[in-house]
Design a protein around this ligand. Sequence first.
Ligand code: HMG
Length: 413
Amino acid sequence: MTYQMIEMHNQFPEVGIESIGLYVPRYFVSLDDLAHARGVDPMKFSVGIGQEQMAVPPPDEDVVTMGASAAHEALRDVDTSRIDTLIFATESGVDQSKAAAIYVHHLLQLPRRCKSFEVKQACCGSTAALQMAMAMVAQKPDRKVLIVAADVARYGLGTAGEPTQGAGALALVISAQPRIMKLESEWGSYTEDVMDFWRPNYLDEAVVDGKYSIKIYLKALSESWAQYTEESGLAFADHHRFCYHLPFTRMAEKAHRQLVKLTDQPEVHPEHYEDALHYNRVIGNSYTASLYIGLTSLLETTESDLTGQRIGLFSYGSGCMAAYFSGIVLPGYREALRPDRIAAQFQSRHRLSIEQYEEYYTHELPRDGSRYVTTAHDTGQFRLAGVEGHKRLYERAESLTVRAREPHIAVAM
Ligand code: HMG
């Protein structure tokens, strides 16, 4: 289908992704190192799971600082006075009541009229936010909505889930002036009450039934694809590339094989999904951000021109809710992306020893309201300076190199 034909196919006003910001913590663990430390064959992680590295946030980063850094990048060429709503999607929230969005709103000095709130449904929270943003923009096309998706995936030291940890943040500006991707209006959804992965309020790590979660993921893919194709009249062949929620990159292969089988394709073409995997292979799972980091990887690393091509997107959130939807890549999309900045982020990361990773992993903030100042690490634009009286205190980071400086507390409110 040509771009013009695809345009005619869609009656929905032009709403889509205007800009993208990605932030990855500056520390990582090599999964080869982890395999050696845990007495596992490294091939299990690199081939069986499909992961090379996992990003690890230092003690002075959390979803607020990561999300604010990603949003800062996404807003670089955007008129922030038009940001009408900020939706923060996370399942690693820092407060049961106050939205992480409010801290980000303050750190980025967004207009007071900008509504700011948090949403949750495991990894699918960001997709729920996207659908909400599309409706908001369609209703009033001069508004822009900022979506921030940020998470830290934690399963516990030495568990089967450990090599599928990771962390990262991705921000999207959704508007009626999309420069990267137009989002289509036909969606397939699936909800079922299942216990494949969850995290009770009193735990810091997820509880997971790993093998079952993979089965449910694949079931939700079939079901949401069925509704999506019924509603849109589109078939497998109408899609040029496929992006899947990526708890680990091998999952995309499993998902794509299933879609190929379901739609009676003669064979699997790995090029249909492989370029979406590059970033996640070295970041790991970032829950709400994961699918959209995959999309960014696809757009930034595919050598051929994707203009006018339809990309299929599958979002899965344990528990579970899933969605299948699609978008059309817009002319000039490459100028709106920043692969140089993302490459620089990857190149400047520090490799942690397993001992350092375990130290970061087990670091805890006081729970009794006492004052605590975090040691400064290499972070993005913002950092968690400490806590005092049960309040989290954020500040703008001074430089992007590891610092040993006198910690100082700045109240971010
Ligand atoms: P496990 O039991 O450690 O691994 O759990 P395994 O024994 O199943 O091995 C994994 C693969 O490695 C297998 O391949 C092995 O054959 C292979 P497969 O059968 O899948 O084709 N393997 C090897 N390959 C090469 N050389 C070797 C070797 N040894 C084994 N020497 C599991 C793996 C992913 C289940 C675990 O890590 C886990 O529980 N992870 C967390 C849960 C998860 O990621 N679930 C995914 C679906 S749910 C989801 O995506 C939602 C989520 O993002 C959360 C949210 O929504 O918020 C998680």
